[in-house]
Write a protein that binds this ligand. Sequence first.
Ligand code: SF4
Length: 178
Amino acid sequence: MIIQDIIDTRREELGIHQSAFVKTADLRFSDGVRHLCEENSCGQYGRTWACPPGVGTLEECKQQLLSYKNLFVFTTMHPLEDSFDVEGMAAGKEQHCEVRPQVVRLFREQYENILVLSAGGCQLCPSCTYPDAPCRFPEKLIPSLSSYGIEVNRLAAKAGINYINGANTVTYFTCILY
Ligand code: SF4
């Protein structure tokens, strides 16, 4: 069964809200997104190998990304009590992180070489080795979408899926390149 059919069959069971397949050649990269990383509103800049500057230059990220032909993007959507519901946002991200490995596994079963990008930051280790020693788990490392210069709102428009899903919800994105 091809990956599109597998995803279609298992979408609900996996907890995917929306998804699409896109050609990486159709992606647009943005310096601006990397500049937003430097402003560090998420607090992850310079903290791990998954975010700038540890992830590499934008050009290096772009070349790596373009070495894959296809991109699968999926979202999970989570209700919030209101737009200040930080705990709800964190719980939503946790749920997204539970869905993600199941989807990634489906791709790993079909493709030897994939790259996974997702919502920012790496929390795999209690204390990251960055910048003093190499990443402990490079095979598990999931760089942030923005560190690769991807404007998620434009990607969502290209993919025909929602960037936001209405008031009092939060939406998280993962991309799998293959
Ligand atoms: S896997 Fe560990 S060492 Fe590697 S980036 Fe994440 S926290 Fe750092």
